[in-house]
Design a protein around this ligand. Structure first.
Ligand code: PGA
Length: 252
């Protein structure tokens, strides 16, 4: 049985006060909901504040990225051991890191391994751009990003991958549940090819891209889809709580 996950990625949003408020409101709304792993990923600078707001609750904390090393000359970066003191999860290889900041598959792979080395859970993102989709390259992109991302990583049971088609992120144009399910099945088969089917069956594969309270149930109804990574709709306690409630209603 794979425990479903709803994770919120706040990206570069909020200020100190609003970050605390959002985390606090969310804790009040969703703390009692069971059967779903609930995660919020604020900007680095608010991690400690949000940690205080959700302390002793069932809401978990994640970071949005990491460097692959600690204790090195890497101005502006945060290392996995530093994160390990505060968070349980780390998003790695988000499409904005790949496409805005030029992160390569090799860098994603180093980060995945570094995160696993300190016993944190990576949320490894993969997904094709619109150009790649229109050129019929969706499958090859997903196979490449998944295969290289986990290469040599020795992934634990329950490892988390997020399928996030780049064209669906922040556009209001979510993938259909059919398309998401098909892509996720392909990602799972690539994991199976590397690590065997029993391991692949434990891997949680989320959908991300314009998830809302209105479309989440359609994704959760698909057995292959183990939850969602949510951007815009995670910035308000009402909408994010509604997504968690709807997900729990289908799968909790
Ligand atoms: P979105 O972002 O929900 O705003 O489309 C998803 C993500 O980038 O993780």
């Amino acid at each position: 049985m794979r425990t479903p996950i709803i994770a919120g990625n706040w990206k570069c949003n909020m200020r100190l006060g609003s970050a605390y408020q959002l985390a606090n409101d969310l804790r009040e709304r969703v703390d009692e909901i069971t059967g779903i792993e609930k995660i919020i990923c604020p900007p680095f600078i608010y991690l400690a504040t949000v940690e205080a707001a959700i302390a002793m609750s069932s809401v978990h904390l994640g970071a949005q990225d990491t460097h692959w090393q600690d204790d090195v000359a890497a101005t502006g970066e945060i290392g996995p051991q530093q994160l390990e003191e505060l968070v349980d999860y780390v998003i790695v290889g988000h499409s904005e890191r790949r496409h805005v900041f030029g992160e390569t598959d090799e860098a994603v792979n180093r980060k995945v391994k570094a995160v696993l080395d300190v016993n944190l859970q990576p949320i490894m993102c993969v997904g094709e751009t619109l150009d790649e989709r229109e050129a019929g390259q969706t499958e090859s992109v997903l196979v490449r990003q998944t295969g290289l991302g986990v290469d040599g990583a020795g992934i634990p049971d329950g490892f988390i991958i997020a399928y996030e088609p780049v064209w669906a992120i922040g556009t209001g144009r979510a993938a259909t549940a059919d398309d998401a399910e098909q892509a996720i099945a392909l990602i799972r088969s690539e994991v199976a090819a590397k690590f065997g089917d029993p391991k692949a069956q434990t891997v949680r594969i989320l959908y991300g891209g314009s998830v809302t309270p209105d479309n989440i149930a359609g994704f959760m109804e698909r057995k292959q889809i183990d939850g969602a990574l949510v951007g815009g709709a995670s910035l308000k306690a009402d909408t994010f709580a509604a997504i968690i409630e709807a997900a729990a209603c289908v799968r909790g």
